[in-house]
Design a protein around this ligand. Structure first.
Ligand SMILES: Nc1ncnc2c1ncn2[C@@H]1O[C@H](COP(=O)(O)OP(=O)(O)O)[C@@H](O)[C@H]1O
Ligand SMILES: [Mg+2]
Length: 256
């Protein structure tokens, strides 16, 4: 097993947001963690990267316990930003620079620019790129980390719906070429269906992980995605929706 999480628990000032979470991800698998806003998705990724420390539980990569910040994970936060004063090449090589392998990272980065649709923009500044290109640059920066597990937190959340679709198509192609283990956090059901081998549905405590759904691998394209209504209905039924106060009390709608 590439990644194993066992009984991971975390609280913010007494408010438990991750409660005994356990899950496994196989080598090369693309798994989405899907759930409503506030259910703890970003917190799970921050626990994996070591930004937050769990109250209890364990994280194992290739069977070895990981504590604190680890090079095993490459993390793309929800609000990943490029430095406006650095060129795209310098931005994407940032982690290479920090880890002291800048020349190797630059070589690899330059060879990956075409794959990320950024050829010709190596020496441009972020302001001259479209939103989708900036996002791909942030993604290239993440992919250049030596880590073999990518953690992506709603990577396309800030993009308009057309660009988001294009980026998803692109990531679908990239999936095959990168051959990395990916844990994608999203609240977008179609994004999860389109990209994942497996979808894990996370609800806020006390429910936690409430389902694991496999997605068939063959013949993915937009038409295939639009035909996945049964899977969409199944996912929808597993997501715990916030009840209105009236529904909790058993009252019907009030007459106007
Ligand atoms: N720094 C923080 N301090 C206190 N509570 C937080 C903090 N960050 C997140 N939370 C709370 O923890 C819960 C889970 O947050 P988060 O992991 O960001 O959810 P998601 O990514 O699924 O939207 C939410 O109820 C949120 O309000
Ligand atoms: Mg989040």
């Amino acid at each position: 097993m590439k990644l194993r999480i066992e009984n991971l628990t975390f609280s913010y000032e007494g408010n438990t947001v991750v409660d005994r979470l356990s899950l496994d991800i196989k080598d090369g698998e693309f798994v989405s963690l899907l759930g409503p806003s506030g259910c703890g998705k970003s917190t799970v990724l921050k626990l994996l990267t070591g930004i937050l420390t769990p109250r209890s539980g364990s994280i194992l990569v290739d069977g070895q316990a990981v504590n604190g910040v680890s090079e095993r994970f490459a993390y793309m936060p929800q609000d990943d930003l490029l430095f406006p004063w650095k060129t795209i090449l310098d931005n994407v090589c940032l982690y290479g620079q920090i880890h002291g392998s800048l020349s190797e990272t630059r070589r690899k980065a330059l060879s990956w620019f075409p794959l990320f649709g950024l050829e010709g923009y190596e020496h441009a500044y972020p302001a001259s790129l479209s939103g989708g290109m900036r996002q791909r640059a942030a993604f290239l920066r993440t992919a250049l980390c030596r880590a073999d597990i990518l953690l992506l937190d709603e990577p396309f959340g800030a993009l308009d719906v057309i660009t988001r679709g294009e980026m998803q198509d692109w990531l679908l192609l990239m999936r095959e070429q990168m051959k990395k283990t990916v844990l994608l956090v999203t609240h977008d059901m179609d994004e999860a269906i389109y990209l994942s081998d497996r979808i894990l549905i996370l609800n806020p405590p006390p429910d936690g992980l409430s389902a694991a759904l496999s997605v068939s691998a063959s013949g993915r394209n937009r038409e295939w995605l639009y035909s996945q209504s049964a899977l969409r209905a199944e996912i929808y039924s597993k997501i715990r929706r916030r009840q209105t106060a009236a529904a909790v009390k058993g009252e019907g709608p009030r007459p106007l």
